[in-house]
Design a protein around this ligand. Structure first.
Ligand SMILES: [Zn+2]
Length: 62
């Protein structure tokens, strides 16, 4: 009924497993959740954000 289909895009990331390193894609609704890589079954956390690997959360005071 009230399901919003936010098709803004998907979050793409690389599997943290160095022996896998496959490109994974997760829906934006899965931000901050822990998912499992379908290839190597390694757990990974979906980053909150689209594509900005900047250390913004690390006290970047100027
Ligand atoms: Zn993997």
């Amino acid at each position: 009924m009230g399901v919003k289909t936010e098709n803004e895009g998907r979050i793409t990331m690389i599997c943290p497993n160095l022996t896998c390193r496959r490109t994974l894609s997760a829906p934006v609704s899965a931000r901050g959740q822990v998912m499992k890589c379908p290839y190597c079954d390694a757990p990974f956390r979906v980053p909150t954000g689209n594509a900005s690997p900047g250390p913004d959360t690390k006290s970047g005071k100027q």
